[in-house]
Design a protein around this ligand. Sequence first.
Ligand SMILES: Nc1ncnc2c1ncn2[C@@H]1O[C@H](COP(=O)(O)OP(=O)(O)OP(=O)(O)O)[C@@H](O)[C@H]1O
Ligand SMILES: [Mg+2]
Length: 504
Amino acid sequence: MQASLETFRIRKQYPGTLALDDISLRFDPGKVTALLGKNGAGKSTLVKILAGTVQPTDGQITINGQPVKFNSATDAFRHGIATVYQELSVIPELTVAENILLGRVPHKPGLVAVMLDWPAARRRAREILSEMGVDLDVRQKASRFGVAQQQIIEIAKAMSFNPSVLMLDEPTSALARHETEMLFRVVRRLAKSGVAIIYITHRLHELSQIADTVTVLRDGHHVGTANFTDTTPDSIVRMIFGSVVRRQRPQTFQPSPEPLLEVRNLSRNKKFHNINFTVYRGEILGIAGMLGSGRTELLRAIFGADPFDAGQTILNSRALTRTSIRGMKRLGAALIPENRKEQSIIPELSIRANLSLASMETIGWNGLITERRENKVAREFVQRLDIKLASLRLPINSLSGGNQQKVVLGKWLNTHPRVMLFDEPTRGIDLQAKQQIFQIMWNLGKEGIGSLFVSSELEELHEVCHRILIMRSGEIVGQVRPEDISVEDLVIRCMGESAAGSAA
Ligand SMILES: Nc1ncnc2c1ncn2[C@@H]1O[C@H](COP(=O)(O)OP(=O)(O)OP(=O)(O)O)[C@@H](O)[C@H]1O
Ligand SMILES: [Mg+2]
């Protein structure tokens, strides 16, 4: 069934925040609408309202001209609206097939309902994945897969409903380039078959491959809607931000020759092998590589979150053959992990508490954390990182995705590190906030702090780093300086000769 989805004068008031005001939009069958806006603009709120999980304060939704009211996600599903959220909801203990068909496993005809037809379920799951052009073993537990594959499972789950409207809230923020291509193929195919698609992204360079229409929100207001072909990159940025200052890595600022973190012959079975490099004082060292190349595992091992089998790290002149998070923190390391929801925040706690989580030692005075100190430090970071919030006392999950990521960053900056390990720190962060984070990295560099920076967005490494290591299948296969290589060549180096050959 094809459906036109419309909103009339939707308003959403949260305590202290008017998240959406007077939003009237129309989403048509066969069209991909890119829903754009900076962090906290109201995109996810709109998606949640259309998905039935949040109730609008005011306003009306219609499908094919008929007023509808969604009291729950089930109501929205029943009307053919499926959603893939910004945060993953894959259940790790369940298999891929179970996750995809969660709650809707086919029953064997003629048998009692409890007799589930698992072979049929697995067949169906495999079918959905192969329609998406993906090959995943549907019998494996979801926990076996990384963020990217889990995102794919998430999308397959939504697809299994045969939706007439599909909403994707930052589906590519965790994906590498070739996986993104795959997703775009799927989305285009769906649009062609008449599905109305609402697509949220901060990666503006994706739009040319996917968007028919762009709709921009800013601070809860509808700024405008345009055919993508009538826009320019500049006009889109202006709609989103008003204007953005693009910062450049200060040319004069060069790392000093003093080693800060040395990694010597570091190996971990099947994850990475014989890794050697040095981060110098003030240096931003990038690690480029395709998904699954072992970047995250390496970072985690250096930080003591995972063990390594052989080799050593030298931090602050101390040679370590075994590491623990505690020990590494004490020596001045900080890790901004890739999966913020699982690893970095305590959703029920306030923004203020989350900001001071990693730094109890520094804020506390004789082990005592005074609320005043906590407030002062928190306010400083809110200002420094430009975090959009109504009150420090609200739970952190009341913040928009990008602003949550800034809190994670602030929390670690608070520990006054010597070396920062960044694993995809800008995921879900808008262009302006990204520029602010780069600026923070450069400023840290000027203070002598070294950064190890992993990102799937090679443009980003190219822009920010002094030097970039290239990692492939668990090994460092080369290093480059951004001024000596184009982004395109960097992509090819990361994919390896064979992949580059076949892609050409
Ligand atoms: N449960 C809540 N309680 C209070 N305020 C909320 C709640 N959920 C969202 N907000 C606020 O509503 C505003 C819009 O948030 P929303 O998540 O829709 O932004 P977004 O456009 O999706 O941003 P991002 O790009 O960072 O994901 C933000 O200011 C946010 O802090
Ligand atoms: Mg959002």
